[in-house]
Design a protein around this ligand. Sequence first.
Ligand code: AMP
Ligand code: MN
Ligand code: MN
Ligand code: MN
Length: 292
Amino acid sequence: MEKKYLPIDLHCHSTYSDGAHSVREVLEMAKANGVQFQALTDHDTVDGISEAREIAKELGIKLIAGVEISVTWQKNTLIHIVGLGIDENNAQLVSELAKLRASRVERGRRIGANLAKVGIHGAFEGALALAKQPEALSRTHFNHWLIANGHAKAGKAFDKFLAPGKPGFTQQVWANLADAVAWIKQSGGVAVIAHPGRYSFTRTKLIRLIEEFKSYGGQGIEVISSAHSLQDEENIAALCRHCDLLASLGSDFHQQESYRKIRPGVNKAIPHGLNTVFPLIGIDLNSLTEIN
Ligand code: AMP
Ligand code: MN
Ligand code: MN
Ligand code: MN
């Protein structure tokens, strides 16, 4: 019988970027959910991978080394590209990611200055204190700080202050698409378009992105993601087939949320008939032990 869920998770975050939990906590939660293959894909960093490898070994989980790279596409559109099965010691990958991360502190200062203009003071220092390292500073940390300090209700701060067009937003130029795919590929990884359903692109625009991504050697797309509705899953599965991409899946777990349940370590199965990224990153579905 077809499996409805898979103990495979190819997208998740820890405190090395904007996740709320340490690598150990995330892996232990995934393990408790039955995970067998878990990727760590922190934003613009591979710093957590060696620690994750050790802990995964201890827990009897297969770790997939990953990263989620911030990309600016077509001048000012933010998209995310996941790299799976990368070599976290690859010199070019490490040094290029370090440059991206360095820019996060300066951007954070600009976000803080913008928020001060609408009467919210101390946001930069406050958000910085929530980040494990200054270079990990994310809009997620600002989001948490704004809520904790009563500037918005839970679930509302991001869209009120931090999204494009809102008072705290500041344009940031991240990696370009060609470079991000090249860094992933030359470090032995597979490049995957993260959570396409989140971009609110038209089908035409998404196909344009996919064609460009493929022209640089990109291969995968997340069909299953916690960011996706059932309709997104259907649309993206169809596009995945139409554009001859490899399907991927991931919880994109950052922390437990009150309004929806995300289970790190477990995802809905990839819809029938799609080719997947699994064989390229050493995942053999026949090797999975039964899960409930
Ligand atoms: P940054 O990389 O610092 O620009 O932050 C982007 C992160 O913010 C994403 O990786 C998500 O984790 C988070 N994020 C994006 N959109 C939202 C939203 N609407 N509400 C809450 N968090 C969001
Ligand atoms: Mn994030
Ligand atoms: Mn993302
Ligand atoms: Mn993510």
